[in-house]
Structures are given as structure tokens and as C-alpha cells.
Design a protein around this ligand. Structure first.
Ligand code: BGC
Length: 730
């Protein structure tokens, strides 16, 4: 076990190593293909990797298994100088390519990048086509910054909204998370990089830092020492894993076909994820037929005392430097026959296959070149995602703001002039910043805009009173490395008591609009005392403009919640005991809520959320009708019953009967959704497919329901007007 202090030291040392000079890419391995059969482009990447592996010495093979000097990048795979194979760099996240990490713990350094909205915002778009575009954008940027691999997406389910990486997740539902991750991977890999689907698996918390000094913006990478991600053991049933935590990975692997998977820091039912025979050999490779590369999470994803288990169970690559896979450790184990040479070859082949498929032999990335990036084009994608992800939670009619007819807007809140984003490896130093206050001021529809970022409630109230409309911009702060200590907007205290500020403004100005920029769910106890609530997530580098466009009605608010917003912390599925979260003193985190994660819990317990999963208002209204249910899918009509163009997001849920040992069943489970843009009065027929797997539960294997399956379609998990059944319903 590594205590917190040594972890900090390890990070500092590794970060310092990352600053060693960058090795420049050599002439391509295949510029002279004579005697190099692996250069034959007519062969698939697997065959070429096999041929190249056969040409390597044992020393060269061993060198490939541990990371390599990464210069400005987060990590690198060793070159083979003798054969002209260049070093392959990896970096980035779903949010952007924020290399480098510097020794003082600050992330961003000199390189700027397009900062996408948080993946929670992307999930809120409910739009896989947009996820594909976002992936293609970040993939392109990763390549132009000299990378062969891109370290995302994260398909971890949001189990606890406290989690420091909530913003990096696609939310609480496996269907939505899997669809978004798969589409993002397809987009990113189309740009000529391999992706790394992370963090496999059951990686759902960072750990608490009870002193709360770390995990702030001043120190973005915190260290949650209580049930830290480096130490905790997820005690979780096989069923909850298969149905909830592994399901998004499975979809992402089957549909996205990522070049690599990153195994997680934590333990799962005993072994560390990167040494787990069950996760790596049985589930990933045997059950899902995954043939790609498995790399460890950074620095302490692999453990020297577990080297044999890592090697045998399927960890191909240790990142970012060879400690557990140090040649000096592995070589004698191979010589003694403890480790098999055939398995060494397999690890090497998988590493090479990923890099060859991403072009390392034929078209290796050039050194980073910021000027090659289409900054405007990428900004447009960031704006499209931000716009598509904005969720209108409440609107008494104050929105959309009437251009020109709203002469005096007061923009308030200490976050109004700052862009909101999360910390850790998902942080990016953006090409542009676009705070809400500036974007509202610049909007062509805006009249007189007063911006005041005071924390003084009395002053804010008087500024609000003197205006026609108050827009209060609030935010939270999440970071990799440490969980949030509470879910209110008072936590962390960086921005003062934002809840009290909202209450004061709302008391002074009936037309108060609150714009929440948070990585995930926060408590919004004042919601019924304000005129409108707009959930904008961490909206990325074009976020202000996107929010202004939604507020002025240039675009319909088309996002829907990928997470439940609870009324109170006591309602969370993990609130019942510290065993569930943050875990016991022995670092065991008991996933006793089983499959009742997110809305599945609130539905099963009859707990009313503040806003349910799938919820979001539009400036128009929709009606659903004419449901037809069949074994392979449902068809229904969606109609725009209002007077503006808008996006309906009809969702398909199933309620499964008990299946074998799977006696506890969530009342509803999402199985399909589609974003449909409709003109006023327009009616469209929508078909959402169902598969046998959609009607199955895990009971020692996937078992299809034999009894009565309830089927429902509607606007959110709590608004399901169309009902039908499948099977024997008596
Ligand atoms: C994170 C990974 C990330 C890696 C490299 C680790 O701390 O857990 O998600 O890809 O750093 O930046």
C-alpha cells in the first residue's frame, strides 16, 4: 500500500521525468521497405505487427512493454531505432489535448488546445453524431500535436456525484454512456490516432481529502486520501458489474473498436484492475473478443509485486515508465520460465498493432504544430456541443430573452467572468476563453448589460433590482484526484456562498435566471424561487456564446439530463452508509445498491428527484403518440405542438420482470433515445430498435426475459406517457 505522501512524491518525480527532452520522430520505418515485410500496406495491422514482432530482439521487445521518455506528452511508447520505428506519443482526454503536465502540478503549460465541453455536456446532447464530430476534432488535434494515441474516452459510470471526475463521465446510464463513448471513439480514430477507453473498470471515485486543502484550482490534481482511487477495492456483484459498470465499456468496444483500453488504478473484488484475470482475461478478451492493447493508468496502475499477474492476465503496456515492467525485472522471470516468451510476443504484437493501425509505420505524426490546427473549425464544434448540451431545467416564461425588448440585464456572480472547467488530466489551456458575461454583453440581441461579479449579496441584490432581468452565473469545481466534499454550490468555498447570493438576487428581482456551470449534479434548493434554471455543465471554450444563444432563443435548449439531480444528499443511492461511500477504513467500497444506480435507485425507492434523468425543457412543446411495440423495436410519432423549431428527445425504457436470480429489477432502464429536430406542427415517425440483450439480465450469463416486459416511451425517465408490453402479460 502506498501512503499519500509517497504518492505525491511519485507524481512529482514522474512529472519531472515527463519534462525530459522530446525525442523527434525518425524517418519512417517504411521509407525503405526492402526486407521489411511489415511495411506491406496490403496486410492488416495484425499481420504487420506479427511480422515486426518476429524481427525484434528480446531486449527490444522488453523495452516496448514499459513507457518511454515522453517529453511534452503524457506518455510514449518506445521507438525501435534499428528498424526506424519512431516513438509513439499519447496524450489528451475527451476534453482536449492539454499536454504537457509540468513538475509543479500545473497542467496546461505552454501548449494551448481546443477545450471541449465536459463529457457530461456531450452526454446531455443525447446525440451520438455530435459525439463522433467531437471525437474527430480532438483526434485531429491530438495528431497535429504529434500524438499517435489519445487517452480517452472515459466510460466510467457516475456512481456518486461527489466523484472528482464526474465531469469526465457520460453520466449515470450504461446505454447512454456506451453509445456516446462508441461514437466518440469512431470519430477520434477516423482522424488517425488510436483511442484509449478508460478506466477499466469500476473506477467511480477519487477519494476524499478531509483536509480539503487539495483539489482546488490552486492545486488542480488533488489527493483523496480516504478510499483513494489508488487503493480502494470495489466490492461489487457480478451482475451490477455486467449490467451497469461494464456495459458501457462493452458497447464502446463492440461498436467503437478502440485501439486501446486503459485499466484503472483501483481494485475490483480483490485484485488491482490492471492485474485482474477476471476483468482482463475473462471479460475483456474472452467474453468480448477484444484483441487490442491494454495499457495501465499512469504511474501506479501497475505494481511491481504483482508483475507476474499483470503480465499473465493481460496488461500489455505499463505507463508512463517501466517500473513493474522494467526489463531488469522481467528478463530473469522469462529466463526462469515463470513468464512465457509467447506471451511476451503477444504483448508486443498488441502494442505494435495499435500503433501500426494509427499509422506509426506509414504516416507517423509530425512534431507538434499548433499552426496546423483549424482553430476556428474546432471552436465551432466546441460551440455546437455546448449548445446541444445545455439543459433548461426551469422556465416560468422569462426565457427566451426577447432581443431588443430586454433593455437592462444584470449579469451577476463571481463566476460570470470566468470560464468553468475541471482539473486534472482533463484540464486544457484553451485557445479561447468565452465567459458568459462577455458573450451576453456581445450578443446582438442584448440591450444594456451590467456585469458585477461581487460576492456581496446586498450589492448584487441592488444591481439586480435596478435591472429588468438578472442572470446569475454560478459554478462548482471538480478535479481528478479528489472528490467533492458536498454537493452544494458552497463546496468548494472558492466562489463564496453562491446559494445565498442566488437567494438574495431572487428576492430582489423576480426575473432571475440562474446559469449553473457544474461538472455534474449539484443541489439547487432555490430552484422554485427563480424564474429559470439553465444547466450548462463545464461548457468549454465557446461556452459563453453557446449559453447566450440559448438564452436569447437563437437555438432551442435541446440538452437532456444524463444524471439525476437529487433534492438532498441523503437521497443518494450511497447515502445509507459509509460502507457504500466513501468506504471502510480497510478501503473497501461496498456497492450494496447493486444495479440500483442513478435513476434506477430513485425509481425503485420512490424518491422524487429535483430533476429526473432524461429531463429537459424546450422553448416549444412535443407530443408522443401511436406506439407500436415489437420484439425488435418500437415505433411511435413525435410531434412539435408549439410555435418554434425545437428538439424532442424521446426515450425508450423497459421494465424487466425478475429473471432467474436477478430478482431486484430497476422499474425502468433506458434502451434507446433519439434527438429529433421538428418544425412547428411537424410530425415524425421514430423507430428505436430493441435487441435480445436489451431484454436480458445477468444471472451467471445473459438471460432473456421470459415473462412480461413493460415498454414505455416519453420525454424523461419520469414522464413516460406511451406504454406497451412484450411477452406474456396475462
Ligand atoms: C489519469 C488518466 C490519464 C493519465 C495521463 C492519469 O492520472 O487517471 O485518465 O489519461 O493520467 O494523463
Amino acid at each position: 500500500m502506498l501512503p499519500g505522501r509517497s504518492l505525491r512524491t511519485a507524481y512529482a518525480v514522474a512529472a519531472a521525468c515527463a519534462l525530459l527532452p522530446t525525442t523527434t520522430a525518425a524517418a519512417t520505418a517504411c521509407s525503405d521497405p526492402t526486407g521489411r515485410p511489415w511495411c506491406d500496406r496490403a496486410q492488416d495491422a495484425d499481420t504487420r505487427a506479427r511480422l515486426l514482432t518476429a524481427a525484434l530482439t528480446t531486449g527490444e521487445k522488453l523495452k516496448l512493454l514499459g513507457g518511454y521518455r515522453s517529453g511534452d506528452h503524457a506518455g510514449a511508447i518506445a521507438p525501435v531505432p534499428r528498424l526506424g520505428v519512431p516513438v509513439a506519443y499519447v496524450d489528451g482526454s475527451t476534453i482536449g489535448v492539454g499536454q504537457p503536465v509540468s513538475a509543479d502540478g500545473r497542467i496546461g503549460g505552454k501548449n494551448r488546445a481546443t477545450q471541449m465541453p465536459s463529457p457530461t455536456a456531450l452526454a446531455a446532447t443525447f446525440d451520438p453524431a455530435l459525439a463522433r464530430r467531437a471525437g474527430a476534432t480532438i483526434g485531429d488535434e491530438a495528431r497535429k500535436k504529434g500524438n499517435t494515441g489519445l487517452l480517452g474516452p472515459a466510460a466510467d459510470i457516475m456512481r456518486v456525484p461527489y466523484g472528482g471526475r464526474t465531469f469526465e463521465s457520460f453520466g449515470e446510464d450504461p446505454h447512454l454512456s456506451g453509445r456516446m463513448a462508441a461514437a466518440w471513439i469512431q470519430g477520434a480514430e477516423s482522424a488517425g490516432v488510436f483511442t484509449s477507453l478508460k478506466h477499466f473498470a469500476v473506477n467511480n471515485q477519487e477519494g476524499r481529502d478531509p483536509t480539503a486543502k487539495l483539489g482546488t484550482e490552486a492545486f488542480p490534481l488533488g489527493f483523496g486520501t480516504q478510499s483513494s482511487r489508488y487503493l480502494y477495492n470495489a466490492v461489487v456483484s457480478e451482475r451490477a458489474m455486467r449490467e451497469i459498470y461494464l456495459a458501457p465499456f462493452e458497447t464502446a468496444i463492440r461498436e467503437g473498436r478502440p485501439g486501446s483500453v486503459m485499466c484503472a488504478y483501483n481494485r475490483v473484488n480483490g485484485p488491482y484492475a490492471c492485474a485482474s484475470r477476471h476483468l482482463l482475461a475473462d471479460v475483456l478478451r474472452r467474453d468480448w473478443g477484444y484483441h487490442g492493447l491494454v495499457m495501465s493508468d499512469w504511474i501506479v496502475g501497475a505494481h511491481p509485486w504483482d508483475a507476474v499477474a499483470h503480465f499473465r492476465n493481460g496488461l500489455d503496456l505499463e505507463m508512463p515508465s517501466p517500473v513493474t515492467y522494467a526489463p531488469a525485472l522481467l528478463k530473469p522471470l522469462l529466463q526462469l520460465g515463470v513468464l512465457r516468451t509467447a506471451q511476451l510476443d503477444e504483448h508486443v504484437r498488441r502494442i505494435l498493432r495499435a500503433t501500426i493501425a494509427a499509422g506509426i509505420l506509414d504516416d507517423p505524426p509530425s512534431p507538434p504544430d499548433e499552426s496546423a490546427i483549424d482553430v476556428d473549425g474546432h471552436n465551432a464544434v466546441a460551440r455546437a456541443v455546448a449548445e446541444g448540451g445545455v439543459v433548461l431545467l426551469r422556465n416560468t416564461g422569462v426565457l427566451p430573452l426577447q432581443a431588443g425588448a430586454t433593455p437592462r440585464i444584470a449579469v451577476l456572480g463571481p463566476a460570470a467572468r470566468r470560464s468553468a472547467s475541471g482539473g486534472g488530466s482533463g484540464s486544457v489551456r484553451p485557445f479561447r476563453t468565452d465567459p458568459v458575461a462577455d458573450a451576453l454583453t456581445a450578443h446582438p440581441g442584448a440591450g444594456q448589460v451590467t456585469v458585477d461579479t461581487t460576492r456581496d449579496r446586498a450589492r448584487a441584490a441592488s444591481v439586480a433590482r435596478a435591472a429588468d432581468i438578472a442572470v446569475v452565473v454560478v459554478r462548482d469545481y471538480e478535479t481528478e484526484g479528489a472528490d467533492r466534499l458536498c454537493l452544494t454550490l458552497r463546496c468548494p468555498p472558492t466562489y463564496g456562498d453562491q446559494d445565498a447570493l442566488i437567494e438574495a438576487v431572487a428576492a430582489a428581482q423576480p426575473n432571475t435566471v440562474v446559469v449553473v456551470q457544474s461538472g455534474g449534479p449539484v443541489l439547487i434548493p432555490w430552484r422554485d424561487r427563480v424564474a429559470a434554471v439553465v444547466q450548462a455543465w463545464y461548457p468549454g471554450q465557446a461556452g459563453g456564446t453557446a449559453i447566450a444563444r440559448v438564452l436569447f432563443g437563437d437555438v432551442d435548449p435541446s440538452g437532456r439530463l444524463p444524471v439525476t439531480f437529487p433534492v438532498r444528499e441523503a437521497d443518494l443511492p450511497t447515502a445509507e452508509s459509509a460502507r457504500r461511500y466513501p468506504g471502510t477504513a480497510a478501503q473497501n467500497v461496498h456497492y450494496e445498491e447493486g444495479v440500483l444506480v442513478g435513476y434506477r435507485w430513485y425509481d425503485a425507492r420512490g424518491i422524487a428527484p429535483a430533476y429526473p434523468f432524461g429531463f429537459g425543457l424546450s422553448y416549444t412543446s412535443f407530443a408522443y403518440s401511436d406506439l407500436r411495440v415489437a420484439e425488435d423495436g418500437v415505433t411511435f410519432a413525435a410531434r412539435n405542438t408549439g410555435e418554434r423549431r425545437g428538439a424532442a428527445v424521446p426515450q425508450l425504457y423497459v421494465g424487466l420482470p425478475p429473471i432467474g436470480g436477478a430478482t431486484v429489477q430497476p422499474p425502468w432502464q433506458l434502451r434507446g433515445a433519439e434527438k429529433v429536430w421538428l418544425e412547428p406542427g411537424e410530425r415524425r415517425e421514430v423507430t428505436l430498435p430493441l435487441t435480445a440483450r436489451d431484454l436480458s439480465s445477468w444471472d451467471g450469463g445473459w438471460k432473456r426475459a421470459t415473462g412480461c416486459v413493460r415498454v414505455a416511451v416519453g420525454a424523461s425517465s419520469r414522464d413516460l406517457p406511451l406504454r406497451g408490453t412484450l411477452g406474456e402479460c396475462g
